[in-house]
Ligand binder design. Sequence first.
Ligand code: ATP
Length: 419
Amino acid sequence: MTAVTLKNVSKVFPGDTLAVDSLSMEVNHGEFLVLLGPSGCGKSTVLRMVAGLETPSDGEILLDGEYANDLPPRERNAAMIFQTFALYPHMTVGDNIGFPLKLGRQNGAQSVPDAVGDMAGALGISDLVDRKPSQLSGGQQQRVAMGRALVRRPKLFLMDEPLSNLDVGLRAELRTEISSLVRRHDATTLYVTHDQTEALTMADRVAVMRKGVLQDVGTPDEVYERPATMYVAAFLGTPRMNLLEARVNVFLDRYVALDFGDQELRLPWHDLRGRAVARYHGENIVVGMRAEALAPVAEGHPGQSIQGRVRFYEHHGHETLVFLDIGATAVVPDGIGDKPDLARSGSKPRRRLGGLFSGFGQAPAERRGDTDSGPIRKPADLVFRLPPHIPVSAGQPITVAVHMDALHYFDKYGKRIDV
Ligand code: ATP
């Protein structure tokens, strides 16, 4: 039996906005599941439906295997934590934490002061219990809010961007604390964020959403290493995965060429990757390469490589990101921002792909209240990393070796081609 089950759950808001589109998903007991996606993709709506604050327009929500669509929030044994802390301003920290227990919602036989003391200790705020919320920093307030939610030991935590109002350092600190606290309490957690670092570091499993549709669900490694769609591939990882348009040309019994325009990569015909990609002979596919699959080499390198000229580079302290003009076409999935690259590269006007590559896994545009314009094609800036001490200059020719085992392939609908 799972802690939370969503079966074909949809939510349509007045005005015909389809916020969640036939979503099916399970959260196992004791699991930390992160719902990840950009602003407006419907993740808070999913959380609010599980909390009982919204009613599904369609589909079923089960809690511990029981039908729960109509169950009032207070009967769900779930605690919600939001990005705004909502503490009682007139009460001390200790009283804020102990408040749910005074309402009689405690689990276990511990006295209220003991439970508050233990919780404040676990959160590292024992010395603050007599202060009022106005005398606390943002991070301390969020710890109190966590303590208030945790103290009654609910079975289910529902967290909506609880760290987004905090600065970067505190966020990193509280990330670790939240995951270890809820794991210690053996609670099930559904955690909403648009921050991929939070998702990849905290989650047992990540569910990636886009425009109300679940795109992929798996462990952080699974969604990063084998993204189910081009969108997920582009959404996860920094710098963003290089997604290049390639025409597949099969040279029977010899090799399968991925033709990027001016240059090509070759897959051996006699291996599984070659065979899987060969099915797209004569068609365009998208080849994904993360920066870590690329490394600069000397010209004339005997392995598979791509040549280009440095269009621009960015120093990031620990590394330099180099953007190579390789005369190929990049594909940017709809919903993935591409403004910074365009501004710098001064590229030509973008061309929409229309039917090709458009609308994978999408609800009809008119119901979502926006237009699904499809992916964008633009001149490719192949990005790879250099150690910070290696000099680089604009216009410099560079050859990069391609780690062929680390490539990803997507069909014209943006769906992963399994190799
Ligand atoms: P964010 O990270 O910005 O909170 P989100 O992914 O959590 O975004 P939701 O808040 O679930 O997204 O919203 C999904 C869609 O539903 C959006 O288009 C939003 O405008 C719409 N929506 C949410 N709540 C309502 C409402 N009460 N009435 C009408 N439309 C709504």
